[in-house]
Design a protein around this ligand. Structure first.
Ligand code: NAD
Ligand code: TYD
Length: 346
């Protein structure tokens, strides 16, 4: 198996949830690497996610938009970047339903700009995609990498377009690219609009937990640590031009997930409220991860442990999420949930 040289990384979206976990993991495991985080610092991007690392001489921050071709090009040239890892994206399905255009700007056009810079400078690009590009998966199937993409939300459609642009550049320009498609991640520093941190922080505060519809939708809740090791495996040993699914390969319903959150926090089921469903809500995601395992990767966490550990992290890190929840988040929460929750009290 080839071992690719990876020395100077441009990590776009490195101040977000998965990106910040990946930067910390990478610098721990690869002490001789240098990392430039390139991030627009949107509502989801937080410098404090890497607070312990900004004094490290191996890490630098460039604040910018991935759609700014001159800044991306200049940064790659000045910093002698040999690999771009693209985590930067607008990432929440519900936000994509409320305001979809920014998803196209960042996820499609932004990724396209990174591809153009990678092509101009001859740099390898690794793109972080998602299981949502496969769309809703019927009960007797697990998505494999060769399956057709069938996205159903504005978020998923923008990620599918980006994923296909990356593949098109490999074919048309012979650009050295790799793609990983991750399952629903859970763990430290996830912005509390996503289900697991939202349910955990609501439960800690004694607030209602809004379950969309019947709660029988299925997701593969994977620990962000395993996503990081999966990406690392592909960066070092993945076949150039290939796509790899990263998840646990096992899914649970949202009601099972909330059971684990409540048990882990010692909170009551009385907090659960079934509210109006998300439009076009995908019932089930499920991926086969055997291809990544052929590179020697194995997940460390089972999905139940992943959810339980994540819930406990929020209980132990109120200082991280309390300022977020009292800021712009409140306005979004009202828009998304006030009407849904009205009249659902038990
Ligand atoms: P996140 O929303 O927590 O972070 C996104 C980061 O991208 C933030 O730091 C934000 O400031 C930055 N960003 C947004 N627009 C930008 C722009 N135009 N230019 C530069 N930076 C910009 O997201 P996440 O959950 O960490 O997801 C990271 C990546 O992983 C995304 O590509 C997402 O689609 C993918 N993914 C996420 C999951 C999940 O469960 N969270 C699962 C599979 C794949
Ligand atoms: P989410 O974390 O938004 O991830 P995704 O939609 O990308 O899978 O949601 C995970 C699951 O939880 C999904 O089936 C939608 C559901 N959900 C709720 O039931 N209530 C909520 O308030 C949220 C945010 C999500």
């Amino acid at each position: 198996m080839t071992q690719h040289p990876v020395q100077n990384l441009l990590i776009t979206g490195g101040c977000g949830f998965i990106g910040s976990n990946f930067v910390r993991y990478w610098l721990t495991e690869h002490p001789h690497s240098r990392v430039v985080v390139y991030d627009k610092l949107t509502y989801a991007g937080r410098k404090e996610n890497l607070a312990d690392l900004w004094d490290d001489a191996r890490l630098q921050l460039v604040v910018g938009d991935i759609g700014d071709q001159a800044l991306v090009r200049g940064t790659c040239q000045q910093q002698s970047i040999d690999l771009i890892v693209n985590f930067a994206a607008e990432t929440h399905v519900d936000q994509s339903i409320l305001g979809p255009l920014v998803f196209t700007d960042t996820n499609v056009r932004g990724t396209h700009v990174l591809l153009e810079v990678a092509r101009e400078l001859g740099i390898r690009l690794h793109h972080i995609s998602t299981d949502e590009v496969y769309g809703h998966i019927r009960d007797d199937h697990q998505s494999v990498e060769a399956d057709a993409l069938a996205p159903r939300s504005p978020y998923a459609a923008s990620k599918a377009a980006a994923d296909q642009l990356v593949q098109a550049y490999a074919i048309t320009y012979n650009l050295p690219v790799t793609i990983t498609r991750g399952a629903n991640n859970v763990g430290p520093y996830q912005y509390p609009e996503k289900a697991v941190p939202l349910f955990s922080t609501n439960a800690i505060l004694g607030e209602a937990i809004p379950i969309y519809g019947d709660g029988l939708q299925m997701r593969d809740y994977a620990h962000v640590y395993d996503h990081c090791t999966g990406i690392e495996t592909v960066l070092l040993r993945g076949e150039i031009g290939e796509v790899y699914n990263v998840g646990t390969g096992r899914e649970m319903t949202n009601l099972e997930m909330v059971d684990i959150v409540l048990a882990s926090l010692g909170k009551s089921h009385d907090l659960i409220r079934h509210v109006t469903d998300r439009p076009g809500h995908d019932r089930r995601y499920s991926m086969n991860v055997d291809k990544l395992k052929t590179l020697g990767w194995q997940p460390k966490y089972d999905p139940k442990e992943a959810v339980a550990e994540a819930a406990k992290w929020y209980a132990e890190h109120r200082a991280w999420w309390e300022p977020i929840r009292s800021g712009a988040f409140r306005e979004y929460y009202e828009k998304q949930y006030a009407e849904r929750l009205a009249g659902t009290a038990q």
